[in-house]
Design a protein around this ligand. Structure first.
Ligand code: IFM
Length: 447
């Protein structure tokens, strides 16, 4: 493994280094200053939905700690901060009236970042759909596509000249499959047919939003963020290899083929049969509207076995607290696969990180050597992809700080900054110190 200095030198000086969060996971203030209810506010109240029965009412209280959190971000020395806007905070019903106090908050966030020399990377939809839109059918209803485009245009009018990037959706697979097929995420529905339609509407709204934002004179880069795994067969048998190809088509190509080639993978359409989404003429061309960048969230590989017998716990690879295998080589492989299959725009790793057991120790520090190693090896995996010609543009750590990890509640900690939820005190973990040093030396080399 190269030393930090060697690693750093493998990236061009304009490579963007950042940290990432999302609104629902950190903001809190769930019922303040005119914010509307989101599907996650509602979902958290379903008994058994969240492992520790928690919710996002307070979370990291970021809404009330904006200035000190911005100082924290700036102190890390990052180039960029990726955050999301809570749609119901700025437009409580998902259509019609805007909430001035909500918009003011994001304006202070964006201006506060710029004042500190950090570029804002804004995500429009990191899952917290206004509950009012769910009542009229949510993402399964084609009308929501148009509500999203209006929301995107409104946000761009207010902030578009001051952000580096606008991402339409974060991880449409999660919204579609976990939200509408397995039901483990909001809104908690369980229908394969609905999930397929939701995925189509998310992609369609992405393409329509790109076209509308450009027609309105977009200045920020426009793109989408996908959660992608590198899929491998458990064994070399033809059955496992066929399973891996199908799983890859379901989880990855269902999104990347329409975005870059304008069609869904035929094998998945065949498998869906009558559950395939309703696609109107012209939809696929809209979805394939060229993007300024692609965001990739990578956490682990996926292993396919035809009989479903693969068990990550017995794979021999170290696991994070989420039970996900630590497999940096998969990140290089994934990026090379994407590069081989498509003509890619600049690619950002928009999330990379791990949940580890990392308590505060008596010395007031968090010695999370495993997370530092995770980051170092994944950054090295990006360097290797870059070396092999993938147009890599940036890398963002998930996450800036410990936060609400959806149905896992607060027990799983992904932050490079520790949050004491009783006091809301933030403490830099050793991984944050490592990242800060890594970035500081890079800045020194460029000077
Ligand atoms: O916390 C999430 C994030 O909201 C989306 N990507 C995966 C992370 C870890 O599970």
């Amino acid at each position: 493994m190269p030393l930090a200095d060697d690693l750093r030198r493998q990236f061009p000086s304009d490579f963007v280094w950042g940290v990432a969060t999302s609104a629902f996971q950190i903001e809190g203030a769930a019922h303040e200053d005119g914010k509307g209810e989101s599907i996650w506010d509602r979902f958290c109240r379903q008994p058994g939905a969240i492992a520790d029965a928690s919710n996002g009412d307070v979370a990291c209280d970021h809404y009330h700690r904006l200035d000190s959190d911005l100082d924290l971000i700036a102190a890390l020395g990052v180039d960029a901060y990726r955050f999301s806007v809570s749609w119901p905070r700025v437009q409580p019903l998902g259509h019609g009236a805007w909430n001035a106090r909500g918009l003011d908050f994001y304006e202070r966030l964006v201006d506060g970042l710029s004042a500190r020399g950090v570029r804002p990377y804004l995500t429009l939809n990191h899952w917290d759909l206004p509950q009012a839109l769910q009542e009229t059918g949510g993402w399964a209803h084609r009308d929501t596509v148009h509500r999203f485009v209006d929301y995107a245009r409104g946000l761009q009018r207010r902030l578009g000249d001051r952000v580096a990037a606008i991402t339409t959706h974060n991880e449409p697979w999660v919204i579609a499959v976990l939200g509408h097929q397995s039901g483990s995420f909001a809104p908690g529905l369980k229908s394969r047919k609905t999930a397929a339609q939701v995925a189509h509407h998310l992609l369609l709204s992405h393409g329509l939003a790109l076209r509308a934002l450009r027609a309105d004179g977009a200045r920020a880069g426009l793109g989408i963020v996908l959660n992608l795994a590198h899929t491998e067969p458990a064994t070399d048998t033809p059955a496992d290899r066929a399973q891996a190809r199908l799983d890859d088509a379901r989880g990855r190509r269902w999104y990347t083929d329409p975005l870059f080639k304008g069609h869904y993978p035929q094998e998945v359409l065949d498998e869906l049969g009558a559950d395939a989404p309703a696609v109107e003429p012209g939809d696929m061309a809209v979805i394939a509207t060229p993007m300024d960048y692609l965001g990739v969230n990578y956490y682990s590989r996926a292993v396919s076995s035809a009989d479903g017998s693969f068990d990550a716990k017995r794979s021999g690879l170290a696991l994070t607290e989420m039970g996900w295998e630590i497999y940096p080589r998969g990140l290089t492989e994934l990026l090379l696969t994407l590069h081989r299959e498509y003509t890619l725009p600049p690619v950002y790793i928009t999330e990379s990180g791990g949940a580890f057991k990392d308590p505060l120790t008596a010395d007031g520090r968090v010695h999370d050597a495993d997370r530092t190693e995770y980051l170092r090896t994944h950054i090295a995996a990006v360097a290797e992809a870059l070396r092999q010609g993938v147009p890599m543009a940036g890398y963002m750590v998930w996450s800036l700080m410990d936060n609400f990890e959806w149905s896992s509640g607060y027990a799983k900690r992904f932050g490079i900054v520790h949050v004491d939820y009783a006091t809301q005190q933030r403490t830099l973990k050793d991984s944050a110190r490592w990242y800060r040093e890594f970035l500081a030396a890079r800045a020194a080399a460029a000077a």
